[in-house]
Ligand binder design. Structure first.
Ligand code: DGL
Length: 281
């Protein structure tokens, strides 16, 4: 069987997408991965759709200069605003996190009462909500809640304890009185709060879009032909800024060591590729 050594390109607004990388490494251990974290321009979750679309095109373009075979948009906000645009501009397979997360939620929810949580941008875009109503075969009751304090909480490493518990309760407690049986963790950072959410809300099913996305990549038709079955894959990390604490935070997201890390002057990259990129905007 043929094998394709070209890396998978993955991007996120910062370090959060490493939760998706972690799952790709587990489910596709032979793959080489090139990760771009836009640490200079994070957060995407509070920015307009137009700005996030521009950023997503620039990040995708950067990845394609590394001879990649597919793009994974690990960022939920970028998937919500820019998946279709990126798919239409680049000729390789492009995966987002929303479709896999929705499919997993519908498969696991018993009563089809699903709560979506994410950044303000993701929730306002209604991308998860639209996808859920589009693909559900039966009536689905959709609830949604932006949880803007979850990202800084995770980045401060406060994954459990009193403050984490209070903040989780602040956003989610009211849904415990509803019929919701499944929650989509619609942000790269939220899987790291899984244990704390489960402790407060026992019995609810938590959908980790990272796991669902890695699974979708692995099982996609386009990927079947190009899977790297050779040996142990390598992951290379490119960041647009050297964020303080980034190794510590990055390794928490990843659950393993980060090797091959570099910082790129992305502003300079964008300016020097303006003529190619202007055709993509
Ligand atoms: N990566 C973003 C997401 O998944 C969260 C962080 C941000 O706001 O940029 O939506």
């Amino acid at each position: 069987m043929s094998t394709d050594n070209r890396p998978i390109g993955v991007f996120d607004s910062g370090l959060g997408g490493l939760t998706v990388v972690c799952e790709l490494q587990k489910q596709l251990p032979g793959e080489n991965i090139i990760y771009f974290g836009d640490t200079a321009r994070v957060p995407y979750g509070t920015k307009s759709a137009k700005t996030v679309q521009k950023y997503a095109i620039e990040a995708s373009y950067l990845l394609t200069t590394h001879n990649i075979k597919a793009i994974v948009i690990a960022c939920n906000t970028a998937s919500a605003h820019a998946l279709k645009i990126v798919q239409s501009k680049f000729s390789i397979p492009v995966f987002g996190v929303i479709e896999p997360g929705v499919a997993a939620a519908l498969a696991q929810s018993k009563n089809k009462n699903v709560l979506i949580i994410g950044t303000s941008g993701t929730i306002k875009s209604e991308a998860y909500q639209n996808r859920l109503s589009e693909v559900s075969e039966s009536e689905v009751t959709i609830w949604s809640q932006a949880c803007p304090l979850f990202v800084p909480l995770v980045e401060e490493g406060m994954l459990e304890g009193e403050i984490a518990t209070q903040i989780i309760r602040f956003y989610l407690q009211r849904f415990q009185k509803t019929q919701v049986d499944t929650v989509i963790l619609g942000c790269t950072h939220y899987p790291l709060l899984k244990n704390s959410i489960a402790a407060i809300w026992p019995g609810v099913t938590l959908i980790d879009s990272g796991i669902a996305t890695a699974n979708a990549v692995k099982n996609s038709d386009s990927f079947e032909k190009s899977e790297n079955r050779n040996k142990t894959g390598h992951t290379r990390y490119i960041l647009s800024d050297f964020a303080e604490n980034f190794l510590k935070i990055g390794q928490t997201f990843l659950g393993n060591e980060m090797h091959h890390l570099e910082v790129l002057d992305f502003e300079h990259f964008v300016v020097s590729h303006q003529s190619e990129m202007s055709k993509l905007y």
